[in-house]
Design a protein. Structure first.
Length: 218
């Protein structure tokens, strides 16, 4: 273990912090979402616009993963790590399905450390299953699962993309397609319950933009 490793290991476990915060957030106060006629698909627009301008290969990989995620949503395939890993193979352009990480993970320049225990994988799958809980508003389920993927940090690379795909999938299961995804992609912190609730509220705001756009077209 290097001095840097020792310093990193002494940092708080942000995953444990998130699991505590996750229980404290008032998810049931999230806004209700409304189904509207199909319109602009914000994820596809994001891939075909800013992502493609920066990196055409990354854009094509994301579009392929998005197609899988939408197909699985239409078939109501249960959400678990194996499903995310299948999408992540497309995201990363690998021949093999990515495995769950085998050690602690770090993000935000090392400021957040996500620990690993013998229960991390099963805890992650349990959180993913909660994304189908009809007793929690859909906006909250989408926000919560986005943050679950971000803070469990299951993959060696591409976790932010995996989080966004998972959110899109969960909303699509209920027929919701957001017209924008860029506003969702701001830095989130594991110890911020207000930020978690704000993400659910933002999903509601974007859904209302879909409704407004649809009414204008009519």
């Amino acid at each position: 273990m290097t001095a840097t490793d020792s310093l990193s290991d002494s940092r708080p476990d942000s995953l444990s912090v998130w699991l505590r915060v996750r229980r404290e957030v008032d998810w049931r106060s999230a806004p209700a979402l409304e189904r509207v006629p199909p319109g602009r698909d914000g994820f596809r627009s994001w891939c075909c616009g800013p992502v493609r301008r920066r990196n055409p290969i990354r854009a094509e990989r994301l579009l392929a993963a998005h197609a899988l995620a939408r197909e699985d949503a239409a078939r109501l395939v249960p959400l678990d790590f194996a499903l995310l890993a299948r999408w992540q193979r497309e995201v990363l352009g690998t021949t093999e399905v990515p495995a769950f990480r085998t050690g602690d993970a770090y993000a935000k320049g090392g400021r957040e450390r996500y620990g690993l225990s013998p229960h991390t994988w099963s805890d992650f799958d349990a959180c993913l299953r909660e994304a189908a809980d009809p007793g929690v508003p859909l906006a909250a389920r989408g926000a919560r699962v986005y943050l679950d993927v971000a803070f469990f940090h299951p993959f060696s690379d591409g976790n932010a993309r995996a989080a966004l795909l998972t959110l899109v999938h969960v909303l699509a299961r209920d027929g919701i397609v957001l017209p924008e995804v860029g506003p969702l992609q701001i830095t989130r912190y594991a110890d911020d319950p207000a930020g978690a609730a704000d993400l659910a509220a933002l999903i509601g705001v974007l859904n209302r933009r879909t409704m407004t756009s649809s009414s204008v077209k009519q």
